[in-house]
Design a protein around this ligand. Structure first.
Ligand code: CP3
Length: 354
């Protein structure tokens, strides 16, 4: 049984239905820029211990909603939970990025990787979804998420973050069949993972393809888009009414192809003009974005001007979810995020007048 959601602007915008104003949430809204987040993480000990504690996940997922008048909550977890559940051994050292204890260093490892059961190895994520849903009490929708197979593969092969994807790209070019086998496994795992998040209460899901933009157009289609398209097809079979948003950072040239997957919304980074993107694909999908996250280092007055430009560029009518073009960064003053949200509230109703 589905319960009615009190503030459903986010879901209505994804369905391009009429609205009173543009909904707003932002990537990494629960994160290190908030002192209360840092306090909860300290209580947990480290980031992964926080992710494995459903009560504390709910606490941090709710923190931005207490500060700002937002229209969606996002699951508190990470995209790298899936490779961790496949046995790669994830850790985050303070002040460093993610690390895998057992990265993929030999293509023969790929066949042995298990496809995790989301209700067993990723039980803690499902418990976080249920606990956050309960805390939200139907006030607004909850966004579930996963990484794209390509983005996960880069971390699994590099063993962590990378500037040039030397090992991942060498494998892709020298052993494309091995790369495809890895991506197929990740598509299968991610399809089940997102389906389980939906079964536990996620109202929409987003796929983060942070590194799709590092590929040539040809490689993007084969190694990033196709594996995501398989996930969208699976979700549309098992949960046809749940909106799916695809976000390929640096993927502005691929919007038409992304739309053909059958997804409901596209996340845009700040290098794409949202008005031009709308002219290309706005009749078929909603658009989410795309304020440059660095704007939040400028003054509240300047932030308001830049919010106005994004709203104006998208133009009249529904189908826009306001967001930034990537996650909020740890050095941002929380008051500046407040200025962004307030500007969306004040300036967007003019674009929804009957
Ligand atoms: O948006 C939210 O508020 C929900 C939570 C969320 C996190 N990670 C929590 C997190 C989401 C949606 C993610 C997605 C994620 N994780 C992506 C895709 C989106 C993007 O930013 O491009 C990627 C590439 C990762 C992998 C990852 N997780 C990296 C590279 C790092 C370290 C670098 C960094 O930016 O911190 C993380 C850690 C992480 N994930 C933190 C948080 C709040 C910070 C960890 C800490 O508290 O020390």
């Amino acid at each position: 049984m589905t319960t009615l959601i009190q503030n459903d602007r986010f879901l209505r915008a994804l369905r391009r239905e009429p609205l009173d104003r543009t909904p707003v949430w932002f990537m990494r809204q629960a994160g290190r820029y908030l002192p209360e987040y840092r306090a909860t993480r300290a209580k947990a000990g480290d980031f992964m211990s926080l992710c494995r504690n459903p009560e504390l996940c709910a606490e941090v997922a709710m923190q931005p909603l207490e500060r700002y008048d937002l229209d969606a909550a996002i699951l508190f977890s990470d995209i790298l939970t899936v490779p961790d559940a496949m046995g790669l051994g994830l850790s985050f050292a303070e002040g460093e990025g993610p690390r895998f204890a057992d990265p993929i260093r030999d293509p023969r490892q790929i066949d042995k990787l298990p496809v995790p059961d989301p209700n067993v190895e990723l039980r803690y994520v499902m418990d976080a979804v249920s606990t956050i849903k309960r805390a939200l009490d139907s006030r607004m929708p909850l966004i579930g998420f996963a990484g794209s197979p390509w983005t996960l593969a880069t971390y699994m092969i590099e063993g962590g973050s990378s500037k040039d994807f030397a090992r991942a790209k060498a494998l892709m070019y020298d052993a494309p069949d091995a790369m495809e086998a890895l991506l197929a496994k990740l598509s299968a795992a991610t399809s089940l993972y997102l389906q389980a998040q939906i079964e536990h209460g996620a109202d929409a899901v987003m796929i983060f393809d942070t590194w799709g933009g590092a590929l040539t157009p040809e490689a993007y289609v084969q190694f990033s888009l196709e594996p995501m398209a398989k996930i969208v097809a699976h979700l549309k079979r098992v949960a046809p009414t749940v909106p799916v948003v695809l976000f390929s950072k640096g993927g502005g040239q691929h919007l038409e192809l992304m739309t053909e997957t059958g997804c409901d919304g596209l996340g845009l980074d700040w290098t794409t003009d949202i008005g031009k993107a709308r002219a290309r694909v706005g009749a078929q999908v909603a658009l989410q974005g795309n304020l440059d996250p660095s704007i939040l280092y400028a003054s509240p007055k300047r932030i308001r001007m830049e919010v106005a430009k994004v709203l104006q560029s998208y133009g009249n009518g529904s189908g826009h979810v306001f967001n930034m073009g990537h996650g909020i960064t740890p050095g941002v003053n929380p008051e500046h995020a407040a200025a962004m949200v307030a500007a969306v509230h004040e300036l967007s109703p003019a674009y929804h007048a009957a």
